[in-house]
Design a protein around this ligand. Sequence first.
Ligand code: HEC
Ligand code: HEC
Ligand code: HEC
Ligand code: HEC
Length: 410
Amino acid sequence: MRAWVPLTVALALFAFLLPSRPAAGQGREEKPAAPAIKQDVHFGAGSCASQACHGGSDATRAEYTTWVTKDRHSRAFTVLSSAQGQRIGKRLGIDPTQSDQCLNCHGTVGVEMAETFDMADGVSCEQCHGGAERWLGPHAAPGFKTKSSTEKARLGLTDLSTPAARAALCVTCHVAGPGRDITHAIMAAGHPPLVFEASHFLQSMPPHWKDERDQRAEHWLEGLKASAAASLGHVARMAARTSGIADFSVFDCYACHHPIYSGSVYEKRKPAGKPGDLALELSSLRVLIAAAGLDGIEFANAVAAPGAPSADLERQAKQALETVRTLTLTPNDVSGRMERTLAAIESGERTTTRTELQLWAMGAQALANNKKSDAYATALRSLDEALAADRGFRADACAQLVRALMAAGK
Ligand code: HEC
Ligand code: HEC
Ligand code: HEC
Ligand code: HEC
């Protein structure tokens, strides 16, 4: 698989948080709700593996081969038995290979599975393409390829042809989704943070499809939209679980986990609420609004006052979610708006979060045309270092480095 720096940076960012002892909440088994959508029966990747179907070795009919040999999704279940997976499980007091808390994203949960199905396949074909119950027969018959996506969707084959549809799928595991909410307890037990940018992640996945279109700007914006919607859904579901303060996973991690020192980013942040309020983690929404030139989604700067009723939070998040869902995005002038926003962060005019800067950095890479130059490589290295800095983290300096990366990538 292609080496890709920012994903490792995302992990390095939180390295200083990784626990050295069991975290609070140990032993509590919380059952996530099953995914809301009724899905067709899943048959398992084995049904796709034959050489005549998707298990070929050349460029055609090799989708299974690509997935099983190169794609990390085929190992999503296996990592639950890795040292890191077992450590997380031990801290939570669960067996990760048996618990829906992990299998909801690393395996399959909440759908009917045929006898041929093997959980060890991890994130397999049907997690992305839909349970094969109704399409397995028809899709092998002559003429299927020429059917429209709508006709295929009627048979339960998920339409992944547009950037919006793809992003909507990826975020259900890479951000959050119904029945797929990662909790603060799982994070505190040592789970890597989930930071998603559609263009990068699509490029990092070993492709088993042909796509000649250059839709990076669309992927970047639709990915932000899907991530923003997924984060808002996560806030609403987590708020609905309690009348007290929502699960810490809905807040900006650095609202609590940050060093306090003169000049730290939080001193300058001027959050919207009262001092001591908790900022929600809605960086993707804030970036979306700036990158797409939108306004009017006031919830982007939302905070929760400790002690405020969760019901209010749930209602407001659902309202904002409706607004986000109806947005139509055009990628014109994305770079221009990006540059102006970054300049405003650099000058201190615009407040920001660390995750927001990570998303801007990923956007700059997604949109870069020339990644081969030495100047680009140098700019990327400096940016990675600045983003991963713990005590010395500076939002204005990072914004400047993102702009330098954009210039080098032109
Ligand atoms: C909301 C979906 C979700 C849930 C729930 C979830 N994970 Fe993950 N997990 C992911 C994603 C997505 C990644 C890959 C993150 C990345 O690289 O950007 C991941 C990565 C990991 C990794 C690192 C894998 C590697 O190759 O380095 C481990 C280990 C892991 N998860 C274990 C667990 C365990 C144990 C649980 C249950 C307690 C769990 N996960 C629950 C989505 C989830
Ligand atoms: C993580 C999600 C994911 C998984 C897992 C996955 N796919 Fe896909 N697949 C995609 C996406 C995204 C596309 C591109 C869709 C498009 O262009 O309409 C795609 C496209 C395809 C295509 C169409 C190829 C083309 O060029 O039009 C086939 C066939 C396919 N996948 C088969 C499989 C098989 C077989 C498996 C399991 C071995 C699998 N996929 C696993 C996401 C996934
Ligand atoms: C059913 C849940 C699920 C869905 C849907 C899903 N993923 Fe993943 N993805 C995972 C898990 C879990 C991992 C971690 C696997 C591991 O590290 O072993 C992962 C890992 C990855 C990685 C490797 C990350 C790294 O750190 O190198 C990429 C890239 C990726 N996914 C892209 C995508 C894209 C693009 C889509 C949408 C087309 C998608 N995924 C849809 C669960 C999912
Ligand atoms: C509302 C405050 C708050 C927020 C927001 C918050 N945490 Fe925590 N976190 C805590 C507390 C309190 C602990 C337990 C601290 C301890 O054990 O010393 C903790 C523990 C942890 C630990 C274990 C650290 C250790 O040394 O045991 C990790 C890792 C962690 N959090 C990650 C995150 C991530 C990632 C996020 C964002 C998704 C986040 N936290 C958001 C308050 C918060």
